[in-house]
Design a protein around this ligand. Structure first.
Ligand code: FA5
Ligand code: MG
Length: 515
């Protein structure tokens, strides 16, 4: 399974993944650490919390055909084009998506399999659970690999006619079969809205009302039952704060559904997005040779649900092989709140650097040669020698208090921190596809290098300072790296070594100048 890199650490021309060969090109940006995680398939490991979560959700969709071992390497056609992603969509960029070559990516979502699964036309409903890959931030709720479950349900218009019914009638009959629940779910928006959340031209309002009712009832049933299961099984489940479960629907946007919605669950004082869904874009079904079918689809984050169910505090834990983690979960036993084993000390280290001149100022004010002695910056910034090691851990609140230019603090979960990689409703202005040789700086490259050097020994990477030199126009960035193992105390020597490697790789890969 191991992907072999050349001795220089550069990428080989051809890579083999589970017996399949891929030719790489200048689009290749997938590190060996990611490729070697492919065989893990956490959602299939017996007694793994992701497996338990997957099975719990599957149990609420009886009769749906499950696909749990679809291969993670797909074409850009499957991941983007088949779903109607515009050519300039940010999700296609190399800063957001792992490419093997121009036409081949690690799937960024389970929706990559929608078109193929509809084309097979095996059943009316299906569920696809799988590992998905995104270049993203580093913190306790972001990992470059996570797991999603896709679900879809369609109905055949011609079949309805044969039964002498309208499509809407057939669907409402099915809605009546979904179990009822007693949680008051907030749903203030109309099912569709001409500007914000439009109907598709080929769908009647009656049909969409029926499909939306089926979708919403199905997903509410799933969310309510699994959280009640956790609550009933132990009084220390997700609702241990004794708060009643709060769920709400919000309007959303995806290139491949309309109208679209998201489900949010109230958790630790904030609304947390758990899934996206909507009425399937008819061209997807038409292109899949099932033009008479109409229906809904959803995509849910399995880690997100598992973290809620078990109160798992750090997304890296899912990858742990430590029995202190794994032994706490069992498919046979009721859900119990995860008991964290002792938390080991954090070690914060800063790295500050000047960006390459070519990428330092969008306005082109940057000089070609940096001055030998940069003038004093306009404001105080942390230097690369500033560290807070084990005995003096610095928490994020105090960092925030000390740093005037800190970006909005990364909230508990990614959607609150920024636009999801593949579903940004705002198309970027630049023409695409984005050229691979782009010299501009992207934060995800820093994240990637941190992952490559530290693996799971990095808990969090955040920008703590950024400024543009008033005379030279050069841009300086300072990132704070939080080194922490989930399994042991890191030695000073070890973190110093990691940090030195990280600094060297930043220079090598990004051409930055360390400060
Ligand atoms: C999608 O990926 C769409 N494919 C979902 C979809 C499917 C919509 C079918 C409509 C029809 P999004 O990027 O928002 O959407 O991700 C879906 C869910 O995956 C999120 O609600 C969240 O639960 C989870 N998720 C997204 N990003 C992360 C992440 N970085 N870490 C953990 N979970 C994540
Ligand atoms: Mg989202």
């Amino acid at each position: 399974h191991t992907v072999r890199y050349n001795s220089s650490g550069t990428l080989p021309k051809e890579i083999k993944i589970e017996g399949k060969s891929y030719q790489t090109d200048e689009w290749m940006n997938t590190p060996s650490s990611i490729l070697s995680a492919i065989p893990r398939r956490l959602h299939l490991q017996p007694d793994h919390p992701l497996t338990i979560t997957r099975k719990l959700i599957e149990s609420r969709f009886p009769g749906y055909k499950t696909h749990n071992d679809l291969f993670p390497i797909v074409t850009t056609g499957q991941n983007f084009d088949s779903l109607g992603f515009p050519l300039d969509h940010i999700g296609r960029s190399r800063t957001d998506t792992y490419y093997l070559n121009k036409e081949t990516v690690l799937r960024t979502h389970t929706s990559a399999h929608q078109a193929d699964t509809f084309r097979n036309n095996e059943t009316e409903g299906y569920l696809i659970s799988a590992d998905v890959y995104r270049r993203d931030a580093i913190d306790r709720s972001h990992y470059p690999i996570f797991h999603q479950m896709e679900g879809a349900r369609t109905w055949d218009r011609q079949q309805a006619e044969k039964e002498g019914k309208t499509l809407a009638q057939v669907i409402w009959d099915d809605v009546a079969r979904i179990p009822k629940h007693d949680v008051a779910v907030e749903d203030p928006n109309p099912t569709f809205h001409a500007e914000r959340n439009p109907l598709q031209a080929t769908h009647s309002p009656e049909e969409v009302e029926a499909i939306a009712a089926h979708l919403k009832r199905s997903l509410e049933d799933m969310v309510v039952t699994i959280f009640n299961a956790a609550k009933g099984a132990t009084d220390t489940g997700p609702a241990s704060d004794n708060e009643p479960l709060k769920v709400r629907w919000v309007e959303a946007y995806f290139p491949f559904t309309s109208p679209s919605w998201e489900v949010e669950v109230f958790w630790q004082g904030d609304w947390l997005e758990v899934l996206g869904c909507g009425i399937v874009s008819q061209p997807i079904l038409n292109n899949a040779s099932v033009p008479n079918r109409v229906g809904w689809a959803f995509g849910i984050g399995l880690e997100r649900i598992a973290m809620l169910l078990y109160s798992i505090p750090d997304i890296r834990l899912f990858w742990s092989k430590d029995t202190r983690f794994l032994s706490q979960f069992s498919e046979q036993k009721p859900i119990r709140r995860f008991v964290p084993f002792s938390k080991y000390p954090a070690c914060f280290k800063d790295v500050s650097f000047w960006l390459r001149s070519s990428s330092s100022a969008a306005g082109g004010a940057a000089p070609i040669h940096p001055p030998a002695t940069p003038a004093a910056p306009t404001k105080q910034s942390p230097t690369s020698t500033q560290t807070q090691c084990p005995d003096a851990p610095l928490d994020h609140a105090s960092v925030a208090a000390n740093s005037a230019s800190l970006p909005p603090s990364t909230a508990a979960m990614p959607e609150a921190a920024g636009p999801a990689a593949n579903t940004s409703p705002i198309p970027p202005a630049a023409p695409a596809p984005i050229p691979p040789s782009s010299s501009s700086f992207h934060e995800n490259d820093v994240m990637e290098i941190a992952r490559e050097v530290c693996g799971d020994l990095v808990e969090d990477v955040r920008l703590t300072d950024e400024f543009v030199h008033p005379k030279t126009g050069r841009r300086s960035m300072c990132y704070r790296i939080n080194y922490r193992s989930l399994e042991r105390t890191l030695t000073n020597e070890e973190t110093n070594q990691l940090h030195e490697q990280l600094r060297a790789l930043l220079v090598e890969r990004l051409g930055v100048e360390l400060r």
